[in-house]
Design a protein. Structure first.
Length: 331
C-alpha cells in the first residue's frame, strides 16, 4: 500500500513556514498481528502540533523526517486486530498522512449513528468541543448572567466556547481578527458582541461591549490581548488559560502578562487547564455536547482543505488567521 506523509524537515525559527514541512511517498509494510491498515478521512489541524516542532515540547517532540503528529478519523481497510473490522470508522493519533499502519489498541472505534465520524475532531473533539466545554463548564463554572469574553473566538475551540457559555446563561463577547470574523461571531455563533483586535483601540471596543466589566475571560491567545482584558476584569473574575497561540512561535521567550496584579487587586483567579485533566468526565461531556448539537444549540462550522499537500499550508493558517470554525484536511 502506498501512502503520502507530511514530514518535518527542519525546526522552525520564529513564524512557521510551509517549507518547514514536506510531503513524501512511502510504501507501507504488510500488517503484523494486532495492527490495522487505515485510509485517513479527516485530519485535525491543531495549534498543539506547532509546539511539537520544538525540543522539549509538552506533547512530545516531533522527530525530523518523521510523519507530523496529528489526530484524525479513518476507515479500516484491513485488520489483524480483534475488535476492528474492514469498514469501521476510528479516531486516533493517525499522523499527517493519507494511509497508516497502526496498532489497533491505540485507536477508538467510532459510533456514527448520531453524528458523522469527523465530528470527533470538531464539535465532539477532545482538543476542540470537549476542551471548550471543560473550560467553560468545569473550570470557569459559568453562572447565569456572567459577562464572558473569549479570545480567538472565531477559531475551533473559541466558536464552541462562545456557544457553551451562551447555553450556560452568559452574555458573550468574542474577540477575533478582522470584520469578517466579527460578522461570523455575531451572525453564525450567536455572540452578543464581537471585538476586532486588528482594528484600533481594543481596550475601548471591549469597554463599550462590556460596560459593567468582565466576569470570565476564556483565553486562547495570551500576550497583549490578555494584558488588555486583565485591566477590565470584575471583582472575583475567573481568568481561564486555555492556550496562548500568540506565544507558540516564541520558543524560549514566552511573555507572561504584565498586568497580573489585577488578579489580587480584584480577588480574581487565573486558572490553567488541559482537557486531559477531565478524563473521568469525558462520557458526561460528550453526552452534553451531543444533546446540544442534536437540539440545534451548538453548531461548529467546518473548513475542510482537500489533499494531504494542503496540510502544511493549513497548519500555518492557524497562526495567520486564515480560517473560521474547525480547520481540517481531507487527505
Ligand atoms: N487547554 C487545552 O486542553 C487545549 C486543548 C486544545 C486546544 N487548546 C488551545 O486552544 C486554542 C485554540 O486552538 P484551536 O485549535 O481551536 O485553533 P483555532 O482557534 O482554530 O486557530 C487559532 C486562532 O488563533 C488566532 N491567532 C493566531 N495567532 C494570533 C495572535 N498572535 N494574536 C491573536 N490571535 C491569534 C487566529 O484567529 P484570528 O484571525 O482571530 O487572529 C486563529 O484562527 C489554542 O491556544 C490551543 O493551544 C487548549
Amino acid at each position: 500500500m502506498q501512502s503520502k506523509k507530511v514530514v518535518l524537515l527542519n525546526r522552525p525559527v520564529g513564524a512557521l513556514k510551509e517549507t518547514d514541512m514536506g510531503v513524501f511517498d512511502e510504501t507501507l509494510a504488510p500488517l503484523e498481528p494486532g495492527e490495522v491498515l487505515l485510509e485517513i478521512e479527516h485530519l485535525s489541524v491543531d495549534a498543539f502540533i506547532r509546539t511539537t516542532f520544538d525540543e522539549g515540547a509538552f506533547h512530545g517532540t516531533a522527530g525530523l523526517g518523521q510523519a507530523v503528529m496529528a489526530l484524525g478519523t479513518a476507515r479500516v481497510v484491513d485488520s489483524r486486530f480483534d475488535g476492528l473490522n474492514q469498514g469501521d470508522a476510528i479516531f486516533g493519533p493517525v499522523g499527517a498522512q493519507t494511509h497508516a499502519k497502526l496498532p489497533g489498541a491505540m485507536l477508538q472505534k467510532l459510533d456514527e449513528s448520531a453524528l458523522p465520524a469527523r465530528c470527533s475532531l470538531g464539535v465532539l473533539g477532545l482538543a476542540t468541543g470537549m476542551t471548550a466545554y471543560a473550560g467553560m463548564a468545569k473550570v470557569a463554572q459559568i453562572k447565569q448572567g456572567d459577562t464572558v469574553v473569549v479570545s480567538a473566538a472565531a477559531g475551533a475551540v473559541g466558536s464552541c466556547a462562545c456557544q457553551v457559555a451562551k447555553n450556560l446563561g452568559a452574555r458573550v463577547i468574542g474577540i477575533a481578527g478582522g470584520s469578517a470574523k466579527a460578522d461570523y461571531l455575531l451572525n453564525e455563533i450567536g455572540c452578543d458582541a464581537a471585538v476586532d483586535y486588528k482594528a484600533d483601540d481594543l481596550a475601548g471596543q471591549l469597554s463599550a461591549a462590556a460596560p459593567d466589566g468582565i466576569d470570565v475571560f476564556f483565553d486562547n491567545v495570551g500576550g497583549e490581548i490578555l494584558d488588555i482584558v486583565l485591566l477590565q476584569i470584575n471583582e472575583r473574575a475567573r481568568v481561564v488559560i486555555c492556550g496562548a497561540v500568540s506565544q507558540y512561535e516564541r520558543t524560549g521567550d514566552v511573555r507572561g502578562p504584565s498586568n497580573y496584579l489585577k488578579i489580587p487587586e480584584k480577588n480574581a483567579s487565573m486558572l490553567g487547564f488541559t482537557v486531559m485533566r477531565f478524563a473521568e468526565d469525558y462520557a458526561e461531556i460528550q453526552a452534553a455536547i451531543t444533546e446540544w448539537v442534536l437540539a440545534g444549540k451548538l453548531n461548529l462550522p467546518e473548513q475542510i482543505e482537500e489533499g494531504i499537500e494542503q496540510f502544511p499550508k493549513a497548519l500555518t493558517m492557524l497562526f495567520s488567521g486564515g480560517h473560521m470554525g474547525k480547520l481540517m484536511v481531507a487527505p
